[in-house]
Design a protein around this ligand. Structure first.
Ligand code: SF4
Ligand code: SF4
Length: 362
């Protein structure tokens, strides 16, 4: 196996603790407890190791990264290691003083999640009363501090009609960029597919609305769009290709090629507690299992898109085909595609809108 290129980005899931309980959370169903989390010293070492192997961008995520008491210390450690540091947050737990300390520590960017464009929707989806108002205040603090702000709006069957309101709100909050991300069915979201999976007509309308919005907001706010799982003819490349550009460290120190990879049965992930991050990146079995294209099954092996999507998402193959080494079942060329179509039909024709399973420990 040839030496892989260095990774560009590290997603550090500092904790699974979070004051919110979003039913689409991509965290695993079995959440890491506080006492299992890596220490400040270990994370500091991991950030240095990441910079040493070529990582440029660090995404401090969770759960809610501000639930870590040492978030300012960790940000300072990342900055000292020379990493561009992005805080991915719900905003809950960020006060004016804390944000000022983060800016002093060298924080470069904030990505704020938006659970809804209206208070009642946001608070219902986040399972946190008053969360919307606190988030609006945090957005003000972020822009007052001169930090660039990106909003992350997860769209699903229950809020797709609010797209226009969501974009207007993002602009009024001072966001330079918004990521309109259709819910991805990993972790807790899989429990809520029947309530969150958009219908085909919603998806068609959304694509048209996004194209119009990009024109409307041109030069004022960039709009990134993550299309919905299951509706494409061909899959997305998983993380730009498994083990090719980025890596994820879980709150307990497991190093994974993507944030949902621990849903794949039979794949063991090494820990930063035992080995240098660079050694894990280069030689761990979990990274090499689906790296490149040699491992691809048919029809991928002889497909003209094999260097474009690398056979799609391994977690999706594990979840929908019970085989992580299969062609992504979403692909029109996959023998499992009829199963996906039947599942869409089933999921979009049942369950009431209020039927949500919220993310929680235990
Ligand atoms: S998706 Fe919601 S519950 Fe999950 S980490 Fe983000 S804010 Fe917390
Ligand atoms: S057959 Fe494989 S490589 Fe070709 S489009 Fe489908 S998933 Fe991608």
């Amino acid at each position: 196996m040839p030496e892989p290129n260095p990774p560009i980005a590290l997603l550090a899931e500092l904790t699974h603790r979070c004051p919110l309980m979003c039913p689409y959370c991509s965290n695993p169903l079995e959440l890491v407890q506080k006492q299992q989390e890596l220490t400040t010293d270990t994370w500091t070492r991991v950030f240095r190791e990441a910079a040493d192997i070529g990582v440029l961008q660090l995404h401090l995520s969770g759960g809610e990264p501000a639930s870590r008491r040492d978030i300012v210390e960790l940000t300072a450690a990342a900055h000292a290691a020379g990493l561009y540091t992005n805080l991915i947050t719900s905003g809950i737990g960020l006060t004016q003083a804390r944000l000022a300390a983060l800016v002093n520590a060298g924080l470069d960017h904030v990505q704020l999640s938006l659970q809804g464009a209206r208070p009642e929707m946001a608070d219902r989806i986040g399972g946190y009363k008053g969360g919307y108002d606190r988030k609006m205040r945090v957005a003000e603090l972020v822009t007052d501090a001169g930090l660039p702000l990106t909003l992350n709006a997860v769209m699903h069957r229950q809020n797709l009609a609010d797209l226009g309101q969501t974009l207007d709100l993002a602009l009024s909050m001072g966001a330079r960029r918004i990521e309109v991300a259709c819910v991805q069915f990993h972790g807790w979201a899989t429990r809520n597919r029947a309530s969150l999976l958009p219908t085909e007509s919603q998806v068609e309308q959304l694509k048209k609305d996004i194209a119009i919005a990009r024109d409307t907001y041109r030069n004022r706010m960039a709009i990134d769009f993550v299309p919905p799982d299951y509706y494409s003819d061909f899959p997305k490349a998983c993380m730009g290709g498994w083990g090719s550009t980025g890596l994820v460290v879980s709150p307990a120190g497991q190093v994974m090629p993507c944030h949902a990879a621990d849903s794949i049965p039979g794949l063991a992930f090494e820990s930063v507690a035992d080995r240098h991050l660079g050694e894990i990146w280069r030689s761990s079995h979990a990274f090499n299992a689906y790296r490149g294209t040699d491992w691809l099954p048919q029809p991928c092996q002889s497909c003209e898109r094999r260097d474009v999507d690398f056979g799609g998402c391994r977690c999706q193959a594990a979840a929908l085909a019970a085989d992580p080494g299969a062609t992504d079942p979403v692909c029109r060329k996959s023998p499992y595609r009829p199963k996906v179509d039947a599942m869409i039909e089933d999921m979009t024709s049942r369950a009431s809108a209020s039927d949500l399973t919220y993310r929680k420990f235990g």
